[in-house]
Design a protein around this ligand. Structure first.
Ligand code: HEC
Length: 130
């Protein structure tokens, strides 16, 4: 009987703890969500890249969240750290085309993009990391 009571008390206290934690983390997520959304849309690199993505043909092969012909931008962002080296490397691939990293389908080259615009696109993609 003692054992049953003990288990009962434990379950109740676990439930109480869980309830509190849930409330706290829900509040935390809300705060974080709104600030990160604001800072992303205020980020000039993000705005510039977004405009360029709309003007170019990127979205025929890429989606932000799902794999299409090319990898989802969020997956690309998760794979590479957002630093100068990776921005330059990805910008080069956007201009010259790339293959063999995500599968058998190659990315077509975009020789009309300037290095500057290609870097803005690469930054935009890397900023999509969750
Ligand atoms: C014809 C379809 C197509 C178009 C158009 C296209 N991509 Fe891609 N993209 C791909 C494919 C396929 C891959 C994967 C290539 C690989 O496996 O290396 C890829 C890969 C990438 C990568 C990751 C490269 C790597 O090495 O990890 C980036 C970044 C990218 N694309 C950005 C862009 C941008 C920005 C544009 C618009 C200027 C664009 N893509 C247009 C098909 C496309």
């Amino acid at each position: 009987m003692k054992k049953v009571l003990g288990t009962f008390v434990m379950v109740i206290s676990l439930m109480a703890c869980g309830g509190n934690k849930e409330k706290e983390s829900a509040k935390g997520d809300d705060d974080k969500g709104s600030t990160s959304a604001n800072s992303l849309s205020d980020n000039p690199d993000y705005q510039k890249g977004l405009a360029l993505v709309g003007k170019s043909d990127c979205l025929t092969c890429h989606k932000v969240d799902e794999k299409n012909i090319g990898p989802a931008y969020r997956e690309v962002a998760a794979k590479y750290e957002n630093n100068d080296e990776n921005v330059k490397m990805l910008a080069g691939k956007i201009i010259k085309g790339g293959s063999g990293v995500w599968g058998a389908i190659p990315m077509t080259p975009h020789p009309t993009l300037s290095q500057e615009d290609a870097e803005a696109l690469a930054k935009y993609v890397l900023l999509l990391k969750k």
